[in-house]
Design a protein around this ligand. Structure first.
Ligand code: DGL
Length: 252
């Protein structure tokens, strides 16, 4: 085992979570692996998402990381339980749409949960809906991951896509929107513009707080002062070159 914390996502979205981790624990050393060659995962069948997640997380495990963050709601829903059972020795932190805090933030209106088709279809979300889903409206963010991956999150085209997806709910009182996919924080401005009065929720801060407490529990916090970030991608060097920009977008 070495001192790296491994982050996995189907592509660039997980960098939004890495950004939150880096802000909370700048002294830690991070290895980010994006499966950009196979993104998006959301429209794929369960077995395919499992196989791709297994291969991606294996890249991190073979590097001997001390902890894994599945920085992807879709991969967490499909695969987290399996990989946790296979590696009980390792802290493995997953993600889920932040429906719980959004549910408690309502004041008479509804909560939109924007996520991938797979996240909304799988059993993990069903359980979340059973507990906090009265007045929740699940919406598949069709086409959004592709726009973010292409570096087009901040374009008018992305704004049009977000508006079109959310237009059917424009006449309802929407108190909160859950960004249930780690790619969506890059679309935050468009989503907020669609519902200016709504609070937006995503699972990034909760996830990295959990990472921190797990590292502390396992006695794995680093003693270094200034950590590093290494990026890797199944799509090769050109994708790696673009990753730093996704980190900077989170600063803006
Ligand atoms: N970023 C991922 C998530 O949080 C997956 C997006 C995808 O590949 O469809 O769900």
């Amino acid at each position: 085992m070495n001192d790296l914390i491994g982050f996995f996502d189907s592509g660039m979205g997980g960098i939004s979570v890495l950004h939150a981790a880096r802000r909370l624990m700048p002294e830690e050393n991070y290895l980010f692996y994006g499966d950009n060659a196979n993104t998006p995962y959301g429209p794929r069948p369960l077995e395919e998402i499992r196989a791709l997640s297994a291969a991606g997380i294996d890249v991190l495990l073979r590097r001997g990381v001390k902890a894994v963050v599945i920085a992807c709601n879709t991969a967490t829903s499909a695969y987290a339980e399996i990989v946790r059972a296979e590696h009980p020795e390792l802290p493995i932190i997953g993600m889920e749409p932040a429906l719980k805090p959004a549910h408690f933030a309502r004041h008479g209106g509804k909560v939109i949960v924007l996520a991938t088709a797979a996240t909304l279809r799988l059993q993990k979300f069903e359980r979340l809906m059973d507990r906090y889903g009265d007045d929740a409206i699940p919406v598949v963010g069709e086409g959004l991951v592709e726009l973010v991956e292409a570096g087009r999150a901040h374009t008018p085209e992305a704004g049009d896509r977000v508006r079109a997806l959310l237009a059917p709910y424009a006449d309802q009182q929407i108190d909160a929107v859950v960004l249930g996919c780690t790619h969506y924080p890059y679309l935050r401005a468009h989503i907020q513009a669609a519902f200016p009065q709504a609070s937006l929720f995503d699972g990034r801060d909760g996830t990295v707080q959990r990472l921190k407490s797990q590292l502390e529990k396992y006695g794995l916090r680093t003693r270094g002062t200034c950590g590093t970030i290494e990026y890797q991608s199944s799509a090769g060097e050109s994708a790696v070159q673009r990753m730093q920009r996704f980190m900077e977008w989170m600063d803006e």
